[in-house]
Design a protein around this ligand. Structure first.
Ligand code: F6R
Length: 262
């Protein structure tokens, strides 16, 4: 794993955006895996800026989102489809038909999940997956004890995640769906590169356990220790519980330019 510690979330997001941008320039028909939530917002804003000011071209890019709430129609204010449309897809030149978010209204959820997996395979697999992390260590909505072999499926959110996400539903926990469709950990591990972002003190314990703790299903993100190309972008506060911060900075600062955003 490569650990990139920046002074704040904006600087970390800009560094992550450079990795995404380099991939899209080198492979214009790249397949991106995307996340929602608060964490990737600065990354998406930077990608929009790179599109508008530097001509970063998304016209051949395909995307697959990690997850969606069960029961929310795409136009619902808190659906992840709407989040993606507003925060990334509409301001860039991606073709909407090339963007994929799991179908929260699917009548046959297992069939819809299998079709999602198949669509990823048919697109050539995910080149780069963007991840946030829950304070309990979840990735996508793979909550603690999720199987490392799991594929796209329905999951029940923990009470902690429901409470955490209530802030998007006017603080009303009763409005937060308890079920979601999420890519599995196996699906995420199939991506050729994973980049995780984590900001703020409430992520510090999960970040430390993910990077320096044992690999265990109780801390789902720790599986990234087994990924051949995983980068973790953190701000100072999210890095505060790591033991080897001096080493991570030493490695990053010593990188040759050609390797930096690869
Ligand atoms: C969202 C997702 C989740 C979030 C995580 C962190 O698509 O997959 O794993 O990344 O819950 O959420 P925020 O960024 O809101 O703290």
């Amino acid at each position: 794993m490569e650990i990139i510690i920046k002074e704040n979330g904006q600087a970390a997001s800009e560094a992550a955006a450079r990795v995404v941008a380099r991939l899209v320039r080198e492979k214009p028909n790249a397949v991106l895996g995307l996340a929602t939530g608060s964490t990737p917002l600065m990354l998406y804003r930077e990608l929009i800026r790179l599109h508008q000011e530097e001509g970063l071209d998304f016209s051949q890019v395909t995307t697959f989102n990690l997850d969606e709430y069960v029961g929310l129609p795409p136009e619902h204010e808190q659906s992840y489809r709407r989040f993606m449309n507003e925060n990334l897809f509409e301001p860039i030149n991606i073709k909407m038909e090339n963007t994929h978010v799991p179908d929260g209204l699917a009548a046959d959820i297992p069939a819809s999940c299998a079709a999602y997996e198949q669509a990823i395979v048919e697109a050539g697999g995910i080149d780069l997956q963007v991840l946030g992390i829950g304070s309990d260590g979840h990735v996508g909505f793979n909550e603690p004890t999720s199987s490392f072999a799991s594929r796209t499926r329905i999951k029940t959110l923990t009470q902690q995640t429901v409470a955490h996400n209530a802030r998007f539903f006017a603080g009303d926990e009763s409005q937060v769906p308890h079920h979601c469709i999420t890519m599995g950990i196996g699906t995420i591990m199939d991506a050729r590169m994973n980049i995780m972002l984590a900001f703020g003190a409430n992520k510090a314990d999960a970040v430390a356990a993910t990077i320096e703790g044992p690999v265990a299903a109780i801390m789902p993100a720790s599986v990234l220790q087994h990924h051949p190309r995983a980068k973790v972008f953190v701000d100072e506060t999210a890095s505060s519980r790591l033991r080897l911060t001096d080493y991570y900075r030493w490695v990053y600062n010593g990188k040759p330019d050609w390797q930096r955003d690869a």
